[in-house]
Design a protein around this ligand. Structure first.
Ligand SMILES: [Zn+2]
Length: 413
């Protein structure tokens, strides 16, 4: 094991099992490691029991920032760029929006592009930094979007628009952005109701996919792109980046309002000389399609859940992975946020949160069944929840648990 544990502090987001395992690797004493893990003792008191009956954790104001990021010297590594679910920015949260990198040697690949992704690439020192504006995005090979919710794509334009001057614009290569295709039909509410016609945005194409979203983004920012072409001699952006819809078997996509999570085996998405990327559909209804991704490298593999409720497709995709990066939501917060009785809007949001996300009580079992070595929690909702609450996920997982912090770097394999 070659990622290093920063100086231990109470509630530092690393389970006792992990802390003890790392202690021998870095020369910490078991006593010091044990002091790092108060929540692992709490977890034995029944984290899997109802999370809705005990009094809620204290609110976040004044909460100190999280522990120092994990570091590694490994060439192949997972880097968490942002660990907060959204779209809220969360009062007093130190976490940026969700985005992760898989770095393989001197290149890297992104999963999602949430709020702050550019700033976090800079802090993580990914890619090359030279005075001639070739980096750091010259080392970025491809972007994989789990779905098109705003908290996963809100800084995509930043990456591509300002990216032209930060390494995206390289002759003879096209940065590919992979993601879901056009849904094909508007979703219906959990009660089976259609959205009123006068409230539909862009009724001629209300559910564009990844390719169309990138094309529309270029049109939206045409003033700037044209200025760069005329004033600075850049070729058009289509020469530098393009959106690609992930292809799925027709029988899985012909009824987007049917089963939003049909059982399937992984499909191939991308392969080069460093990674092979496969994907599967996950349960984020009414969002469809919504993807999980698996990256296989020479040294090991890492799977990203995307946004999902418990998913058998995901378990199949992740089986045998070294690392599972899984989203998680605090059921206690959901119940607190949407108390009964709920009006129609509150009920809709409540149903989405409990049905299309995975709770602290459930996520450990998923990782256990997939047989992964390390479970990394990210897309934390809410983004300002106490770390000791997230650590309770370790109650049903026998491997290493990492409550992700922004800029954590973890060796793959
Ligand atoms: Zn999300």
């Amino acid at each position: 094991m070659n990622h290093r544990l920063p100086p231990g502090t109470p509630g530092n987001g690393i389970s006792r099992r992990r802390a003890l395992g790392l202690a021998s690797a870095v020369g910490l004493t078991p006593l010091a490691a044990t002091a790092c893990s108060p929540a692992s003792q709490a977890s034995s008191a029944g984290a899997g029991a109802s999370g809705t009956t005990s009094s809620p954790p204290a609110a976040a104001p004044g909460r100190p920032p999280g522990r120092d990021p994990l570091t590694t010297d490994a060439q192949n590594r997972l880097v968490l760029l942002g660990t907060s679910g959204g779209p809220p920015w969360w009062n007093d949260s130190h976490r940026e929006g969700v985005s992760s990198a898989v770095a393989v040697g001197d290149r890297y690949y992104l999963v999602d592009a949430g709020d702050g992704v550019g700033k976090q690439i800079k802090k993580a020192k990914l890619g090359t930094w030279t005075p001639d504006m070739r980096g750091p995005l010259d080392a970025l090979v491809a972007v994989f979007l789990s779905h098109l919710h705003s908290d996963h794509i809100s800084d995509l334009y930043n990456l591509l628009g300002t990216g032209l001057q930060n390494g995206v614009a390289i002759p003879d290569r096209v940065l590919e952005i992979f993601g879901p295709g056009n849904r094909g039909a508007l979703p219906v509410s959990f009660r089976g109701e259609q959205i009123p016609a006068d409230q539909v945005v862009n009724p001629r194409n209300p559910t564009p996919g990844t390719r169309e979203t990138i094309e529309a983004m270029v049109k939206t920012f045409a003033t700037d792109f044209n200025d760069r072409i005329i004033d600075s001699g850049y070729p058009p952006p289509r020469d530098f980046f393009t959106g690609r819809d992930i292809a799925l078997p027709a029988e899985l996509v012909d009824d987007p309002n049917g089963d939003p999570h049909p059982r399937m085996s992984p499909v191939d998405v991308f392969e080069d000389d460093r990674v092979k990327v496969t994907a599967t559909l996950v349960q984020h209804a009414p969002v469809f399609p919504a993807f999980a991704f698996r990256f296989d490298t020479d040294t090991g593999s890492v799977t990203f859940s995307g946004d999902t409720g418990p998913s058998e497709n995901l378990v199949e995709l992740a089986t045998g992975s070294d690392i599972l990066v899984h989203e998680v939501i605090a059921a206690q917060w959901v119940a607190q946020r949407y108390p009964e009785p709920r009006d129609a809007a509150a009920e809709a949001e409540y149903q989405h949160l409990v049905g299309a996300h995975t709770t602290i009580e459930d996520v450990g079992d998923i990782a256990e069944r997939a047989g992964v070595r390390t479970l990394v929690l990210n897309h934390l909702v809410p983004g300002n929840w106490p770390v000791e609450e997230w650590e309770k996920a370790g109650a049903s997982f026998s491997g290493e648990l990492v409550v992700g912090e922004d800029l954590d770097a973890i060796a793959i394999g």
